[in-house]
Design a protein around this ligand. Structure first.
Ligand code: ADP
Ligand code: TRP
Length: 321
């Protein structure tokens, strides 16, 4: 089984990225041949600061390794080190009906918010399809918000195969229900774009402030809260606490006499502790940045060896060769 996923270097990684995409990807590295990349080409559709892109790209690599990505088991690389993605993206764009892209939420949402769009943003799912198809990937671990993009990928693979003969593997999204949509501090989907994130590797004080500032309803401490499982702090606690602590906290909220302040405090403690081993590993990586560069350059070489073969197969299928 070949597994592939990517993440954009367009900001600082948060708990939604971690539980929705990074953790499942890291676990899957044990089960197949895994390829994970930093989608720097994609980040260009929203970020136009070159220095920041360089910084975030390095940071995503460091953070992914700190969280447990093992370069002996999974190939980690930077998308733009494998320019074949872009050639395949062009090839796929010629068979992609406009309507498929006009329907995509990522694009529709930006239009609805009145944000400036660009051709790259419109064509984003086609590049993503190329990213996936160029590795003959079977499985794509992502959060719920990327499901539609993987569906476009499947449709493009099938259409190309019909037009030009069997060329691509049709991949499947792998979305874990329990982390499909990690809530942010305001109750909406946690996202870099909504200023509602809790960073994985933020400073202690800043993380505490974020958690203590989570938006709750106005019920008093005394009131029993029978819907405790719906609470956003509880939903995140479920991912960072051991089961006993989680159940105890849910029961306390349900019983009454236990307020949201208590829950947030518990969440902060568990959150901080949950990421302690990764934080330690990250410190070590920061002191050894040459190692990170080496992982990326070896990763690019391994990725390119496969991408060039599949790209050539596509070129032959459609008569470029
Ligand atoms: P953001 O919305 O913060 O810009 P990205 O779009 O860069 O995040 O997402 C990177 C990966 O993390 C994707 O696989 C996405 O599905 C996943 N992801 C992002 N936010 C969440 C969330 N709140 N819950 C679950 N998964 C998420
Ligand atoms: N669009 C994904 C996101 O914003 C990132 C991405 C780019 C990706 N190419 C991919 C994810 C290929 C999985 C597979 O999160």
């Amino acid at each position: 089984m070949r597994i592939l996923s990517g993440i954009q270097p367009s900001g600082i990684l948060h708990a939604g990225n971690y539980f929705g995409m990074m953790k499942p990807s890291i676990e899957l590295q044990e089960q197949g041949e895994a390829f994970y990349f930093i989608a720097d080409y994609h980040s260009m559709t929203s970020l136009t600061d070159a220095k920041l892109r360089r910084e975030y790209t390095k940071r995503v690599a460091i953070d992914f390794l700190a969280c447990g990505l093992d370069p002996k088991k999974a190939v980690l690389f930077k998308q733009s080190d494998v320019p074949e993605h872009v050639e395949l993206s062009w090839i796929l764009s010629t068979i992609c009906p406009m309507g498929w892209l006009e329907r995509c939420h990522s694009y529709k949402d930006k239009i609805a918010k009145g944000l400036a769009t660009n051709h790259g943003l419109f064509a984003y799912p086609v590049l993503m399809a190329a990213d996936i198809l160029i590795y003959d990937a079977d499985v794509v671990p992502v959060g719920q918000d990327q499901k539609q993009h993987v569906e476009v990928t499947r449709d493009l693979a099938s259409k190309f195969n019909e037009l030009y003969g069997e060329t691509f593997v049709v991949p499947e999204p792998r979305i874990r229900r329990e982390v499909a949509k990690v809530p942010g501090t305001d109750g909406g989907k946690m996202s870099k774009s909504y200023n509602n994130t809790i960073d994985i590797f933020g400073q202690e004080k800043a993380i505490k402030k974020r958690i203590m500032g989570m938006v709750m309803d106005s019920r008093t401490m005394e009131e029993p809260k029978p819907d405790a499982e719906e609470n956003i702090a509880i939903q995140i606690l479920k991912h960072v606490a051991d089961e006993e602590t989680y159940l105890e906290t849910v029961e306390a909220l349900k019983a009454g006499g236990f307020g949201y302040g208590h829950v947030k405090k518990k969440l902060f403690e568990c959150y901080w502790e949950h990421f302690a081993p990764a934080r330690k590993c990250r410190e070590e990586l920061l002191a050894n940045l040459d190692y990170v560069d080496q992982v990326l350059s070896e990763g690019a070489e391994k990725a390119r060896a496969i991408a060039s073969v599949v790209n050539k197969r596509a070129r032959v299928s459609c008569g470029l060769e």
